[in-house]
Design a protein around this ligand. Structure first.
Ligand SMILES: NC(=O)c1ccc[n+]([C@@H]2O[C@H](COP(=O)([O-])OP(=O)(O)OC[C@H]3O[C@@H](n4cnc5c(N)ncnc54)[C@H](OP(=O)(O)O)[C@@H]3O)[C@@H](O)[C@H]2O)c1
Length: 181
């Protein structure tokens, strides 16, 4: 992976982001909180890692960031997107900004919601050059008791999806949906 971007890469995806930092030539990690970003890699002086404090609800800032990073570091190979649905423009902007890229790129779309199964299962229409990879976050059932996934389980699921380049990954289970915690 030459050029990667992780949206929402602190929090539950921190483990997957750290793995990507070690496996991508150049990576940008997006979140709003600078301190949380810096905790991913304290004291780093790695010029191939950019910790970008950006609100993905800010459409102009998002477009500007994407154009600038492509201009400076070349075509994007991989995007991991943990973008909340309230930012309804963010994913369309990402797809649009990359439409003209000649090289195909992989889009790992992380989807999880405690009350909206259709949004987890929903399909996405993407441009020709986008290799869509669906990562659905479910829950676990252990000894008849259900629970949500841990951060480690979520990050490991995302790492596995990227490593094996799976078109669809379900972390945990989604069924029976009524038995979720
Ligand atoms: N199926 C499951 O088990 C499941 C599924 C989903 C979530 N969860 C759980 O729910 C918890 C909460 O999830 P969460 O998504 O709120 O927390 P999270 O994954 O811990 O954090 C969300 C990530 O997105 C970033 N972010 C949020 N809004 C942003 C914005 N407008 N612009 C740029 N970056 C933004 C956050 O950084 P900043 O805050 O710095 O911006 C952070 O990196 C998780 O910790 C996880 O355990 C479980």
């Amino acid at each position: 992976m030459k050029h990667a971007i992780v949206f929402g890469g602190t929090g539950m995806l921190a483990g997957a982001t750290k793995w990507l930092i070690n496996n991508a030539d150049h990576i940008s990690v997006i979140g709003r909180n600078k301190h949380r970003l810096e905790q991913l890699y304290p004291g780093h002086d790695n010029s191939d890692l950019r910790l970008v404090a950006l609100d993905y609800k800010d459409n102009e800032a998002l477009s500007h960031f994407l154009r600038k990073t492509i201009q400076t570091y070349g075509p994007i190979d991989l995007i991991v997107s943990w973008i909340h649905s309230i930012a309804s423009d963010a994913i369309p902007i990402i797809l649009d900004e990359l439409t003209h890229q000649k090289r195909p790129w992989r889009f790992f779309h992380i989807k999880g919601s405690s009350d909206d199964l259709p949004s987890i299962l929903g399909e996405y229409t993407v441009p020709w050059n986008c290799l869509y990879r669906d990562v659905q976050l479910g829950f676990k059932i252990e000894e008849d008791v259900s629970r949500w996934l841990t951060h480690e389980e979520i990050s490991n699921g995302v790492i596995s999806a990227i490593h094996y380049d799976k078109k669809q990954t379900i972390v945990g289970t989604l069924y029976p949906w009524s038995t979720r915690p």
